[in-house]
Design a protein around this ligand. Structure first.
Ligand code: NFS
Ligand code: SF4
Length: 652
């Protein structure tokens, strides 16, 4: 990190993918071909049409925060070194990073807020369509939150727990978030307290970040980076954790089950409905009504109704109901290209506007449901938890209607289906480990890590990137790590990629896991009552369920009495695309975790910001950012990080 230009050159080089394209997965490839024949434009085509993307943007060096600009800083030191207001590269990059996180944090926290309102409605007895499914989880949360349960019925407890969550969106005092208090290991809490990172109101945090990054406010890159950490903590505690916890209360804690994934889970003889987006408050209802109206589908000549999942809401119904996971984000367009999808029902986040244009080439109905997520050309049927059953029934009936217009000539469903074991909640993992040691369930896991049979664990999370997908970065990274006896947990669209690759099966353990990892997973398989080993990649849910990964890390750290940064674990978002991934990544950096990402985040226009995140941060929170495009090299670097932690712990 010697001079500004060497950094910028490095980033520019990083933007050129280093690995050779392998090609897309079989199902995607076949449907991309079909789209080409039919003249359908896909994300890959639109990416190509963008040409070379803006170097200033890639480096984080453009600012549009006021009308004296837009301003750009010359990364090579030959043109302007400050914006009109005098903002330097360091200031502009740090401000831009903070604003990216705001996008992510706003998404996750508003999602959590919505779910908290549904739980509140249940508590008040106002919502007929929902109830507390997991009383045990509710009571466990109540206890942690200091909610008295004696002499109260389930509804009263639900109401108070919901109100504890809503407090985190409205608190005016300087008290930390309730979900910081109940989720953060003591060692981390102390670090955050010292650094002034104890957020007390997530919405105020978002507002402050927008305020301080406008023209003429915070220009200090260090101060802005602390705000970035705060934003990550607001996202993690006030978004991810609240969403997962309350969704578990409403819909149940996931337990391991076998399910099917890939685009081949669409059925030519069924009414096919895809749920796409993030909020299970909608998708669980659609699944319920699809079952109720199954016979209606038979009346129009279909064999029944087949609900499949796309993106994170797909993960929500996959992990709880075993609904097939058809498509990750980069396959959502392709699900329509099959010509077999009768309705795609969407709620919030990661829903490409292109879906409407593509749907218009087929009989597929694209149905938007959220007042602030409308798409030209889509049919809007507003969802409201108070009328959940009525709306869900209407949507499913729309799909049945659409089926009548399906053109069999246009139907092509790739014959690609993969089995996957899903549903690895922390609760389920602990229950399994209790069969080995009922009194100290984490001990067997700690023992095999200490013995070196498992070297460590990496959470591979995030999105598929059209920029990197044909290099199969995610699959290659996972396989390289498994061979090194590193256990993998996965969430989000990455979980689809790894499931489709067959890595969530017992066979994958025999094929890809190193000898130590294989031995441990075989033993665990026996305790789980399986015929073979546990899979080597554990599906832990949607992107908000990255909270489950944080919970597992925190439980291990607390059991060992060490800071999470001491554990031989790491995270990776090898193909991230969204602002949400940036805020989640920052939460894990704040927790003290080493985080690998590709493509390069837009920080390399500031040598200072790049230096802090990739080097200095490890002395502050214990976290460290690694940027690496090549999956095998990324695996090597993550493995090195794990070995370093092991050495520090005195393990071989
Ligand atoms: Ni996560 Fe889930 Fe997928 Fe990426 Fe989007 S759906 S919230 S952001 S693209 S993994
Ligand atoms: Fe340019 Fe400063 Fe305005 Fe940004 S805030 S656009 S750097 S003048």
């Amino acid at each position: 990190m010697s001079s500004k230009s060497s950094n910028s050159f490095q980033a520019l080089r990083l933007e050129v993918p280093l690995a050779k394209p392998i090609g897309l997965d079989e199902a995607s490839r076949l449907l991309v071909e079909k789209a080409k024949k039919e003249g359908i434009v896909l994300e890959y085509d639109r990416l190509a049409l963008q040409g070379v993307q803006c170097g200033f943007g890639l480096l984080g060096l453009c600012c549009r925060n006021c009308y004296m600009g837009p301003c750009r800083i010359d990364p090579f030191g030959e043109g302007p070194s400050a914006g009109v207001c005098g903002a330097t590269a360091d200031t502009i990059v740090a401000r831009n990073l903070l604003r990216e996180e705001v996008g992510g944090t706003a998404s996750h926290t508003e999602h959590a807020y919505e779910v908290a309102h549904v739980l509140k409605g249940v508590g008040l007895g106002l919502l007929k369509g929902y109830s507390v499914t997991d009383v045990e989880k509710l009571y466990a949360l109540a206890e942690k939150l200091g909610v008295e349960t004696k002499g109260k019925d389930v509804r009263e407890v639900a109401l108070e727990v919901a109100e504890k969550a809503l407090e985190d969106f409205s608190r005016t005092e300087k008290e930390p978030l309730n979900w910081i208090k109940i989720k953060t290991p003591k060692t981390v809490y102390e670090t955050w307290e010292k650094l002034g990172l104890l957020v007390s109101n997530v919405y105020a945090e978002i507002a402050n970040a927008m305020h301080r990054s406008t023209m003429g406010n915070d220009a200090d890159p260090t101060n802005l980076l602390l705000a970035c950490l705060r934003q990550g903590i607001a996202d993690g505690c006030g978004g991810l954790h609240i969403a997962t916890d309350l969704q578990d209360v409403l819909f149940g804690v996931p337990r391991p089950r076998e399910a099917l994934v890939s685009l081949g889970t669409l059925k030519a003889d069924h009414v096919n409905i895809a749920v796409h987006g993030h909020n299970p408050v909608l998708s669980m209802k659609i699944a319920e009504w699809a079952m109720k109206l199954n016979d209606e589908a038979k009346k129009v000549g279909a064999a029944g109704i087949n609900v499949v999942g796309i993106c994170c809401t797909g993960n929500e119904v996959l992990e709880r109901l075993g609904i097939p996971g058809a498509a990750h984000n980069s396959q959502a367009e392709l699900a329509i290209v099959t010509g077999a999808l009768d309705a795609m029902v969407v709620d919030i986040q990661c829903i490409f506007p292109s879906l409407s244009q593509i749907a218009s080439c087929y009989h597929t109905k694209l149905i938007t449901t959220v007042p602030f997520v409308k798409i030209p050309g889509a049919q809007h049927i507003e969802f409201d938890p108070e009328r959940a059953d009525e709306v869900a029934e209407k949507i499913v009936r729309e799909a049945i209607e659409a089926y009548k217009k399906r053109d069999p000539e246009k139907v092509f469903i790739p014959n690609v289906v993969q089995r996957a074991i899903v549903g690895f909640s922390v609760e389920a993992i602990v229950e399994l480990l209790k069969k080995i040691d009922p009194d100290d369930p984490l001990k067997p896991l700690i023992d095999v890590i200490a013995e070196g049979k498992i070297k460590g664990a990496v959470g591979i999370v995030g999105c598929p990137s059209p920029k990197l997908r044909d290099q199969r970065i995610t699959e290659r990274l996972a396989k390289s790590l498994l061979a090194k006896d590193v256990l993998i947990v996965a969430t989000g669209c990455t979980a689809y990629i790894l499931a489709q690759e067959g890595l969530m099966t017992p066979e994958a353990t025999m094929k890809h896991a190193g000898p130590g990892l294989r031995e441990v997973l075989s033993l665990l398989g026996k305790f789980a009552g399986l015929d073979g080993p546990l899979p080597p990649v554990w599906h832990m849910g949607s992107c908000v369920d990255n909270s489950r990964i944080a919970d597992l890390i925190s439980a291990l750290a607390e059991r060992l009495g060490v800071h999470p940064s001491k554990l031989p674990v790491a995270g990776s978002a090898p193909e991230f695309i969204t602002e949400k991934a940036v805020s989640i990544g920052t939460y894990f950096l704040a927790l003290g975790i080493t985080v690998h990402v590709a493509p390069a985040p837009r920080i390399f226009g500031s040598p200072y910001v790049a230096y802090v995140l990739t080097e200095k941060l490890k002395d502050i929170t214990g976290g460290r950012l690694i940027v690496e495009y090549d999956p095998e090299r990324a695996a090597e670097r993550l493995y090195e990080a794990i070995l370093e932690k092991r050495r520090e712990l005195g393990l071989a």
